[in-house]
Write a protein that binds this ligand. Structure first.
Ligand code: ZN
Length: 413
């Protein structure tokens, strides 16, 4: 199949499987200007699936960078009215939100990180209906990759631009299981495997997970009563099954905020705000990071931990087999969407309401009472090595293998 034909299939997969678009729904599509050709394919698929409107928010890394370099502080503290109306309106009308991610990994290098924090705070406040729609299961949303020249040349340095972009598209298609003749069928199988494992984990209700690896990782994290493992896809409150991330390989939950102890060593570098943290470790006691070290980027790591009160505690525990296509590709994508699906990981910061039973109906106080970590930040870091063992510990102390040598083990295999 030609690359164009594969891309058309990929566009259809995003609209029909990722967004599960129903006739009459609106689509809000965010797309990089450098991937305009692919964005047009997606728009065509959306109309063919019966969309009632297709609105595109174009992203231009260069224009964005200029704003961060020159705009006054006040520009990051208030969202323009039109953007608030556009985003909240689509969410309130039950639209689907599809974002094509092709960010230049270095596009924001050297920008004052406090501006990102200010903007994140402003959009979450001013576009509350939009974020609540996604966070509380009212709206379908999907993030997927689209190759752009700057990103491609970061991932494949030294290749001519055209070749790098084509290589990146191939990597995007294969990791999204969209490189064969029947991507929708491949996702049906993938989804069934997710359902089996999440159901098993939810039935087991482990009290804790114990991680060990030869790099020195020896770490135990407590899980909440009535915790929920999620992954693969998600369901809206009105019962639409969709895929928030394509690709997706992780099964995740939010751990007990105050029950992590031991040391975890990184398995992959962490790309954060344009800087790289390499070969690092974090030591936890009583749920909080109490010490850390890094071969490179230690100050950046410390700045993550200092972001707010919850930034030292964990909000996510995710299980990703080493046999997954992203891990097997061996590519560092410099993109969370891909790299967080490359290995087992933890996240510092915000936990997920859907990871405790009834959590989507809880306010912040109730989530806190259920030991879900609250924070404005959420930073994933990879700890899954090829030799990682994870053992589930039942409330009565019984140990059950979950991962052995980097992959699902026992009843989970
Ligand atoms: Zn994750």
């Amino acid at each position: 199949m030609s690359l164009d034909a594969l891309l058309q299939n990929y566009a259809r997969l995003l609209i029909r499987t990722g967004c599960a678009l129903r006739p009459g729904q609106e689509v809000l599509l965010t797309a990089p200007v450098e991937a305009a050709g692919f964005a047009r394919m997606v728009a065509q698929e959306a109309w063919e699936a019966g969309a009632s409107a297709v609105t595109v928010e174009w992203v231009d890394d260069v224009i964005s960078r200029l704003k961060y370099l020159h705009a006054p502080q006040s520009a990051f503290e208030k969202v323009p009215d039109w953007l608030t109306v556009q985003r909240n309106g689509v969410a309130e009308r039950g639209g689907v939100i599809l974002s094509l991610d092709g960010d230049d990994p270095d596009g924001m290098a050297g920008i004052d990180p406090s501006l990102f924090t200010a903007w994140a705070r402003a959009v979450h406040r001013d576009c509350k209906a939009f974020y609540d729609g996604m966070d509380l299961g009212r709206n379908v949303w999907c993030i997927a990759g689209a190759a752009t020249p700057k990103w491609a040349q970061k991932v494949f340095p030294g290749l001519p631009e055209n070749e790098a972009v084509e290589r990146l598209w191939q990597a995007i298609l294969s990791t999204a299981r969209a490189d064969g003749p029947d991507p929708a069928g491949a996702w049906a199988d993938h989804s069934a495997a997710f359902r089996r494992r999440t159901q098993l984990l939810n039935a087991r209700q482990f009290d804790a997970l114990h991680y060990t690896a030869a790099n020195g990782t020896d770490f135990t994290v407590g899980l909440n009563q009535n915790h929920v493992w999620a992954g693969g896809g998600a369901e809206t409150v009105d019962g639409t099954w969709f895929f928030p991330n394509m690709p997706t390989e992780e099964i995740f939950t939010s751990p007990h905020r105050d029950r992590a102890h031991g040391i975890v060593h990184s398995a992959l570098p962490l790309n954060y705000n344009g800087g790289l943290i390499e070969d690092f470790w974090v030591k936890f006691e009583g749920g909080a990071a109490v010490d850390c070290g890094a071969a490179k980027g230690l100050e950046l790591l410390k700045s993550i931990l200092a972001e707010d009160e919850g930034a030292q505690n964990l909000g996510e525990v995710a299980l990703v087999p080493h046999a997954s296509p992203i891990a097997q590709s061996g590519i560092l994508f410099y993109s969370t969407l891909y790299d967080e699906n490359a290995a087992c990981h933890l996240a510092l910061g915000k936990g997920f309401p859907e990871c405790v039973q009834g959590g989507l109906e809880m306010d912040e106080g109730a989530l806190r009472d259920h030991h879900i970590n609250l924070s404005a930040t959420h930073v994933d870091f990879m700890i899954g090595t090829a030799d990682l063992n994870i053992t589930g510990i039942l409330p009565d102390g019984t140990e059950v293998p979950v991962f052995r040598a980097g992959n699902w083990a026992g009843e989970f295999a």
